[in-house]
Ligand binder design. Structure first.
Ligand SMILES: Nc1nc(=O)c2c([nH]1)NC[C@@H]1CN(c3ccc(C(=O)N[C@@H](CCC(=O)O)C(=O)O)cc3)C=[N+]21
Length: 294
């Protein structure tokens, strides 16, 4: 069994980006500037956004955190988004999800300038991705593809079973895994909560991408020997014996499934850190695309 060490690969990627940023600085160029908008005080969101800001510092990016109160109106958030679109100093930004219930998420995502949409959530970027055109690829699926590539996991002709059809993971990874050319060339089955007899699919899968958010959902008897496991689930489970009051766990029964898997991502330390690294990568790409004509 080989551990797909997202934490290590994410650090490698950050080091590579840091070198490029240093070169930009040395050439007197503007360095990438990432902004994040956070509405409210959701615990997990605070953790992720904090981690993004720290990573920016480490690799030499400029970063701006716009932290708005929970009561922020949709109108005010849309104004903030417009201001970021208009601000030439900002190369890319994200609006952290989930947003408070009184704000229409779709309206906000639609308002983001596609050229600054380093989350890749705007329909223009999503559509371009689906058509194999240059775009911003959502950070989590981008991170999964990069992890598979760097560990040279064979995907061509393999059967990939995706569990979950969310807009930010399941749906885009199903598109990326099926892409042709130099890409994954995998045969994809996208399963979800209405799938009948899910285990009939997972038992046949060469690669499983689980993005469900149900702890310990995927058990050893649901997979075949030699399977590649990508665990995207991240659930905080309350536990008074932990310093933070919770522990983090994935969708996969790691102890048992890892005995059968050829490759497996841990949680934490797998897909999560890769998500942050690829967000930074997208911001670097945004800077490069903004500074070159075309
Ligand atoms: N606009 C937007 N873009 C996102 O990309 C986005 C979002 N909203 N909302 C929430 C999800 C989730 N997400 C994660 C990022 C890093 C870790 C991560 O670093 N996880 C660590 C553990 C972190 C912890 O201690 O909680 C790990 O798996 O090792 C996890 C999850 C980005 N998301």
């Amino acid at each position: 069994m080989k551990l797909l060490d997202g934490k290590k690969i994410a650090n490698d990627i950050k080091d590579e980006i840091a070198v490029e940023v240093a070169n930009m600085k040395a050439a007197g160029e503007k360095v990438p500037h990432l902004a994040a908008v956070l509405v409210g005080n959701d615990g997990a969101s605070l953790t992720y956004v904090g981690s993004k800001v720290r990573s920016c510092k480490r690799i030499g990016f400029e970063s701006t955190l716009i932290h708005l109160p929970e009561e922020t109106t949709e109108e005010d958030l849309l104004k903030q988004v417009q201001a970021l679109n208009d601000n030439d100093a900002i190369d890319g930004y994200i609006v952290q999800l989930p947003l408070p219930r009184h704000i229409d998420e779709q309206k906000v995502l639609m308002a983001v300038d596609p050229n600054k949409d380093v989350d890749g959530f705007h329909p223009t970027n999503f559509g371009k991705m689906a058509l194999d055109m240059q775009s911003f690829i959502p950070a989590t699926p981008f991170g999964i593809m990069e992890l598979l590539r760097r560990y040279q996991v064979e995907t061509e002709g393999k059967h990939t079973v995706v569990i979950g059809r969310s807009h930010i993971v399941g749906r885009p990874i199903s598109i990326l895994m099926s892409q042709k050319g130099k890409a994954a060339n995998s045969t994809v089955t996208l399963t979800h909560s209405r799938t009948q007899d899910l285990r009939a699919y997972t038992q046949k899968a060469d690669i499983i991408v689980s993005a469900l958010g149900v702890p310990d959902f995927l058990k050893a008897d649901m997979v075949k020997e030699g399977v590649v496991i990508i665990d995207v689930g991240i659930t905080r489970v309350a536990d008074a014996s932990q310093k933070k009051g919770y522990y983090i766990t994935g969708d996969v029964d790691f102890n048992e499934v890892s005995k059968k898997a050829s490759h497996i991502t841990p949680v934490p330390g797998g897909v999560g850190p890769m998500t942050i690294a690829m967000l930074l990568k997208n911001t670097l790409l945004a800077r490069e695309r903004h500074s070159s004509p075309s």
